[in-house]
Design a protein around this ligand. Structure first.
Ligand code: NAD
Length: 481
C-alpha cells in the first residue's frame, strides 16, 4: 500500500502573530509548498469548500465533489455559492494555480485521489439525532469505486462510533479488505464568518484513528499548520468524534449561562457587559464567547447539542446540563419579541402588535454569514407574524436564504428602507453596518420610535437621548427614561 507523494520545496515559517485574513495570500504562496497529496473533498458546502480551498492553499491538489450540479456549475464559473469573507479570492487563486478542481463525478474523484474527506451535511433529524444518510451514501460510493489504498476522513460532525461503523460497513457489507483503507476522524472547528482564518490558522487539529500510518499521513497533510504553531491532537476515533460535540456543547453552555445571567441583570438593574468582563478576567473562565444575545443558532450548536443528548442516551448516559441549555436557548430566542411587546405596553398600555410594522434588522444567525439555519431571527419573525404584525426584513447577505422560508414578508435593500414607516425595530444580528446607523435620521423616517437591540450593539444612551423607547438584553437599566 502506498500513497502518491510528490516532494515540493520548503516548510513554511510564519509568525504566530500574523493572523490576519488579508495576509494569507502572502503567507501561503504556491512557491513554498511542502508535500503534496491528492485529496478529494466530498460535499462542497460551508465546510467542504473552505476545507478544499484551504488544503489547496497549503499545496495539496484538491478535487471538491458535490451532487448539487448547480453549485458545481457556479464554482466552475468562478461564482461562490455561499457568503464567506475572503473565500472568493482563495478559491480563485487556487483554481488559477491548478490545485483546486470542482466536479460532480464521484467515481472519478474517488478513483483518482488518495485521501477522501467526507464533508457532507449531518443535519438534525426530527427526533434530534444526526441524520447520517448523506455520510453513509458517500461511504457506499467509496465502497463501489475504491481502487487502491484510501484514507477516509470524516470532516463532517458525526456521532461517536461513526468511524467504527464506517469500517465495519466497508469490511462486512462490502467485503473490502482492511488493508486497503483507513478511517480517520478529523473534525472541523471553523466558524462561519471567519472560516478562512480559522482553517488556515487553527487553534488545534484533531486527528483520530486506530491506524498509526494514517495518523502519520494526516499529520503530514497538516504539516504547514503545525510548523506554524497549531497543536495537533492525535487520539482514537471515538475520542476525536466526541471532542467535536464536547467543544460545541461547552460553547453552548457558556453562551447560555451568560444569557441567563443577562436576563437576571435586566430584572435587578445590573449590567451584563460588565458582569461578563468581571467574570471573564478570571482566566479559568476567560473572556471569549461571553456575549449575551437572542440565543445561539446556526448549523452547528442546535443540532450538535441535540445529537450529543441522543448519543449519550444511546449509551445509557444522561446529559442534564445540555438538555437544560437546549431549553434555555429556545426561551432566549423569544426574549426580543417579549421585550418589544413590553415596550408597546409601556407606550400604549397594550402589547397588541396587530397591524404594526416591525423592521427586523439581521436574518443570519450571526454576522458575516448568509447562513440562516436555526437563526434566532426565524423565531422572531414567526412570533411577530403570529402576533398579527407585518415584517420589514433586511440583511446584508442572508435575504435570499430567508426568502425561501418566509416568501411573503417584505425584504428591503437597506436597513433604512426597512425601517422607513416602521413602528418598531428589532436588531437581531450584530452586522457591523448596524453599529453606525444614524438614529437622528431614523427618527425622521419611522412611524414610532421603539427599538429592541437584541445584540447590544447600540449604546442605549444614544437611543434614550434621541427619545427612543428602547430595550436591550442585559442592559435594560440604561434604557429607563
Ligand atoms: P452544507 O449543507 O453547507 O454542505 C453539505 C454539502 O454536501 C452540500 O453541498 C450537499 O449538496 C453535499 N452533499 C450531500 N450529499 C452528497 C454526496 N453524496 N456527495 C457529494 N456531496 C454531497 O453543510 P456544512 O455546513 O458544510 O456542514 C458539513 C458538515 O460539517 C456537517 O457535519 C457540519 O456539522 C460540520 N461542520 C459545519 C460547520 C459550519 O460552520 N457550517 C463547522 C464545523 C463542522
Amino acid at each position: 500500500m502506498s500513497l502518491l507523494i510528490s516532494k515540493g520545496g520548503f516548510t513554511m515559517m510564519v509568525s504566530k502573530f500574523s493572523r490576519k485574513v488579508f495576509l494569507f495570500f502572502i503567507l501561503f504562496p504556491a512557491a513554498i509548498l511542502s508535500k503534496e497529496y491528492k485529496i478529494a473533498v466530498i460535499g462542497t458546502g460551508y465546510v467542504g469548500l473552505v476545507t478544499g480551498a484551504g488544503l489547496a492553499e497549503i499545496g495539496h491538489v484538491v478535487t471538491c465533489v458535490d451532487i448539487d450540479q448547480k453549485k458545481i456549475d457556479q464554482l466552475r464559473a468562478g461564482l461562490i455559492p455561499i457568503y464567506e469573507p475572503g473565500l472568493d479570492k482563495l478559491v480563485e487563486k487556487n483554481v488559477l494555480e491548478n490545485r483546486l478542481f470542482f466536479t460532480t463525478d464521484i467515481a472519478h474523484t474517488i478513483t483518482h485521489n488518495d485521501i477522501l474527506f467526507i464533508a457532507v451535511g449531518t443535519p438534525m433529524s426530527d427526533d434530534g439525532q444526526a441524520d447520517m444518510r448523506y455520510v453513509y451514501s458517500v461511504v457506499e460510493s467509496i465502497a463501489q469505486y475504491i481502487n487502491g489504498y484510501k484514507i477516509i476522513v470524516t470532516k463532517s460532525t458525526v456521532p461517536v462510533k461513526t468511524g467504527k461503523s464506517i469500517k465495519k460497513m466497508l469490511e462486512e457489507t462490502y467485503h473490502i479488505d482492511e488493508s486497503i483503507f483507513a478511517v480517520v476522524s478529523n473534525p472541523e472547528f471553523l466558524r462561519e464568518g471567519s472560516a478562512i482564518q480559522d482553517f488556515l490558522f487553527p487553534d488545534r487539529i484533531v486527528i483520530g484513528s486506530d491506524n498509526a500510518d494514517a495518523i502519520a499521513i494526516m499529520r503530514d497533510v497538516y504539516k504547514n499548520f503545525s510548523d506554524n504553531g497549531s497543536q495537533i491532537v492525535t487520539t482514537n476515533l471515538e475520542t476525536s468524534e466526541l471532542i467535536k460535540y464536547a467543544a460545541n456543547a461547552s460553547l453552548a453552555v457558556k453562551l447560555s449561562f451568560l444569557n441567563e445571567v443577562a436576563n437576571l441583570c435586566d430584572r435587578v438593574g445590573a449590567d451584563a457587559n460588565t458582569v461578563a468582563l468581571g467574570i471573564g478576567l478570571d482566566p479559568r473562565i476567560g473572556q471569549h464567547f461571553l456575549k449575551q444575545g437572542p440565543g445561539y443558532g446556526g448549523s452547528c450548536f442546535p443540532k450538535d447539542t441535540q445529537a450529543l443528548v441522543h448519543i449519550a442516551a444511546l449509551h445509557g448516559q444522561s446529559m442534564d446540563i445540555i438538555r437544560a441549555v437546549i431549553v434555555a436557548n429556545e426561551y432566549q430566542k423569544t426574549i426580543p419579541v417579549t421585550k418589544l411587546k413590553r415596550l408597546f405596553c409601556t407606550r400604549y398600555r397594550s402589547d397588541n402588535l396587530t397591524g404594526k410594522k416591525i423592521a427586523v434588522l439581521g436574518l443570519a444567525f450571526k454576522a458575516n454569514t448568509d447562513d440562516i439555519r436555526y437563526s434566532p431571527s426565524i423565531t422572531i419573525i414567526e412570533q411577530l407574524l403570529k402576533a398579527g404584525a407585518s415584517v420589514n426584513a433586511y440583511d446584508p447577505a442572508a435575504m435570499e436564504n430567508m426568502r425561501t422560508m418566509f416568501p411573503d414578508i417584505a425584504y428591503f435593500s437597506s436597513a433604512y428602507d426597512a425601517i422607513r414607516d416602521a413602528d418598531a425595530v428589532i436588531i437581531a444580528t450584530e452586522w457591523e453596518e448596524f453599529k453606525t446607523l444614524d438614529f437622528a435620521y431614523i427618527k425622521t423616517i419611522m412611524q414610532d420610535y421603539i427599538i429592541v437591540d437584541a445584540r447590544n450593539i447600540i449604546n442605549p444612551e444614544i437611543l434614550v437621548n434621541s427619545e427612543f423607547l428602547c430595550d436591550t438584553i442585559g442592559q435594560s437599566y440604561l434604557c429607563q427614561e
